[in-house]
Design a binder for this molecule. Structure first.
Ligand SMILES: [Zn+2]
Ligand SMILES: [Zn+2]
Length: 429
């Protein structure tokens, strides 16, 4: 035995021994009891990090334990190599921007880059001695996985579980693309906090406070906190939005902060994520007055065609002229900007695909109770997650490098046209 452990010689020696002997290979024909592990494929977003080492070691200890008990262990390995994190990595590796390259070329570049870096990425897991069956490395962008994923889409569609709906998403008006939450940055910005007077249908007046007067055309409700004594009498009444004259109800929600501004806020579709929540929870109408270029649309009447910032100036001027602007003060607040270009993001509705599953919550909880949990108290995490589900699951993204939604639309009537399972995988774009 060596006096000192030399990892530089020992590691490659044992790793090649394991590989040569096929120690971790899954034998389908084995008569032994099968113990299978649903290995979570790490996301291809850069190099392996210490968190990977820690979490995969847990699984490896269990795999080795069951192997020592004489069981046939199925412990495959995979790489999650599509979607936003991989696109970002490919952009960085090649110093390109996906919008400049275009969809077709960018997908090709992704495929090339992924082919190049996956072996090195996987070798990290081999180096730390994880006992996966590395003869079965799968990739979430491979034709097999795309086929499987699209097959389930079609099945769910036929069951009536998948449907399309207009839903709000984060949108960068500068890059003109949907963006993911991971691409947001917070920025402290100065802005004007405006107190604006609304007429009530009964002739009385109220004052709401907002940082986004340019969204008046999108106002669909006014909110106050249910315990705010000042406004108890207003609940259920109808107000008329200045300049645009649409009628909106005064509603209550605990998210309306009595200490902020006048304690009365407008809900616009959409100014921020609270507006999105209110839109769904209170079943509010949709009034979108900003287009994808970040300009006001025809709903904004004489302000249509103006960029958000210009519209804001003009609308404040007009409110002043009509004596509807009661107060204005400079404040600093945090806004979401796009990390790539620094532009304030908007929330715009687009058509997305959703999986209906809220009716299955009881079933999910039943399944959770059927599982053996180690440690026992971790069950509560899954149960709380299930109980907390309140929106259907949005499964579509506006990405280039991902599994395409296997659907065509009729040019004349927009009817959905599905491929046959035998044609999968398909790319309808
Ligand atoms: Zn942008
Ligand atoms: Zn048609």
């Amino acid at each position: 035995m060596q006096k000192k452990y030399n990892f530089k010689t020992s590691e490659p020696k044992w790793q090649s021994f394991w590989e040569k002997e096929g120690i971790f290979k899954f034998n389908e024909k084995s008569k032994n009891k099968v113990f299978s592990i649903d290995t979570d494929p790490p996301t291809l977003s850069g190099k392996m990090h210490i968190g990977h080492v820690s979490s995969y070691t847990h699984e490896d200890i269990i795999a080795r334990y069951h192997r020592m008990k004489g069981e046939e262990v199925f412990f495959p390995f995979g790489v999650d190599n599509n979607g936003l994190p991989t696109e970002k990595l490919v952009e960085k590796e090649n110093s390109v921007s996906l919008f400049e390259v275009g969809r077709k070329k960018f997908i090709e570049l992704c495929q090339k880059t992924v082919e190049k870096i996956v072996p090195e990425f996987v070798s990290g897991w081999q180096r730390i001695g994880i006992s996966c069956d590395f003869s079965k490395v799968y990739s979430t962008i491979s034709p097999e996985v795309q086929k499987l994923s699209q097959k389930y889409f079609l099945e769910l569609y036929k069951q009536g579980r998948i449907y399309q709906k207009e839903s709000p998403i984060l949108w960068c008006p500068e890059c003109q693309t949907a963006i993911a939450q991971a691409e947001l940055e917070d920025k402290e910005l100065e802005t004007d906090f405006c107190d604006i007077e609304f007429d009530l249908e009964d002739g009385k007046k109220i004052v709401i406070a907002t940082t986004r007067p340019e969204l008046l055309a999108s106002c669909v409700a006014i909110f106050t906190h249910p315990d705010d004594k000042r406004y108890k009498k207003l609940i259920g009444k109808t107000a008329i939005v200045p300049l645009f004259n649409q009628k909106v109800k005064i509603l209550t929600d605990k998210k309306a902060d009595p200490k902020k501004g006048t304690g009365l806020v407008m809900c616009c579709t959409f100014g921020d994520s609270t507006d999105v929540e209110w839109f769904f929870q209170h079943n509010l109408p949709l009034r979108v007055s900003i287009n994808r270029e970040g300009k006001l649309n025809e709903l904004a009447n004489e302000f249509s065609g103006l960029k958000v910032k210009q519209a804001r100036v003009k609308i404040i001027e007009e409110l002043k002229r009509q004596n509807k602007l009661k107060k204005m003060r400079r404040i600093t607040h945090t806004v979401n900007i796009h990390d790539r270009c620094g532009t304030s993001i908007e929330i715009l509705p687009t058509r997305q695909w959703f999986v209906k599953y809220l009716d299955l919550k009881k079933e999910f909880l039943k399944k959770s109770a059927e599982l053996n949990w180690y440690p026992k108290y971790m069950k509560i995490r899954l149960d709380n997650w299930i109980k907390g589900l309140s929106w259907d699951w949005c499964v579509s993204r506006q990405r280039f490098f991902g599994v395409p939604i296997p659907v065509w639309y009729c040019k004349d009537c927009q009817k959905v046209i599905l491929p046959d399972v035998s044609e999968l995988p398909v790319d309808p774009m």
